[in-house]
Write a protein that binds this ligand. Sequence first.
Ligand code: NAD
Ligand code: TYD
Length: 354
Amino acid sequence: MEFKRNILVTGGAGFIGSHVVRLFVNKYPDYRIVNLDKLTYAGNLANLKDIENAPNYVFVKADICDFETVCQVFKDYAIDGVIHLAAESHVDRSIKDPFTFAKTNVIGTLSLLQAARLAWDGQWEGKRFYHISTDEVYGALKMDGSFFTETTRYQPHSPYSAAKASSDHFVRAFHDTYGLPTVVTNCSNNYGPYQFPEKLIPLFINNIRHRKPLPVYGKGENIRDWLYVVDHARAIDLIFHEGKDGETYNIGGFNEWKNIDLVKVLIRTTDRLLGRAEGEDLDLITFVTDRAGHDLRYAIDSTKLKTELGWEPSLQFEEGIEKTVRWYLEHQDWMDNVTSGDYQRYYEDMYKNR
Ligand code: NAD
Ligand code: TYD
């Protein structure tokens, strides 16, 4: 079958990537979606069970840093668009192991950029390299009602955000130097189904269920701006198709929460859905040593995306949190599997035997 487009999604077995792959595979049966993922601890093909046999879906197990293989994938599948999500994504891990973050996030992105440049060889018409970044590259805001805009100066503080910032600079450099048709988006914290349970929301839902302590860093005063992951995927779809080359768009839902307040909402919602007395588990909150260099506040101004492309989040936070808690409680098998590490062994064996 001749496909209208051949899109390489990197990191499609991860949290956000799996939602992007699902959206594109289902919405665009005339596009071929090639999911390239190394399947690190954060990658899980069980996140894509529902579409794994779709005729327009292909999975390639590879490392984005493996330049030869990436070039071969561009050739084999006549790739004309890239949606690049593969990354090491957890701040706490980056504090322990900054090298892996520099390698995957910086060198891996450079490998993809160079492969795209060579494969497309100046024939930019109909091509797009879309790089998914984070609001964390902008640094931290004070508690003063200010926002990150597309022109806020980069001031990363963690090894994670420093590596993401560096990759963003490479993407823009490839646009400015070679003319590569790039687009970059910086999104706020995502939440929803299939997030690896080392991140705040799935970790805490699982701990509440098992009545384990909830380790709140510092005093829980830090603020994050939360967006439902499916709304991020919708924004990625819109920007991939309608964003302008060389542009940056911020994505966020104007939805700031102090960590401690968010944790209380999670406890009440989880308690209620488990049939416990609402708030019964508030005493699980345990204040622990703060994260080193912990950014105080993130808040995204997504006015440009709304004004220029008409995007708005579809879900209110209360509705999103309810859906999310319900999903994790109903998918305890997924959670148990991911926390046991069995899924990695299972898929390693599966691919060895193909
Ligand atoms: P994740 O950690 O859940 O998934 C990352 C995926 O990338 C995994 O499937 C993993 O196997 C894959 N991967 C890692 N290293 C790889 C490599 N060397 N080669 C190929 N694949 C590799 O991450 P996520 O939360 O889904 O984030 C996806 C992207 O979105 C990242 O670039 C992240 O910086 C960005 N982002 C995340 C958030 C958030 O709140 N989660 C917010 C804004 C931006
Ligand atoms: P996280 O989900 O790791 O996302 P990010 O660091 O990329 O914003 O953390 C969200 C917030 O929750 C952040 O301020 C750190 C805090 N946090 C805790 O207080 N305890 C935890 O166990 C975790 C994982 C995070």
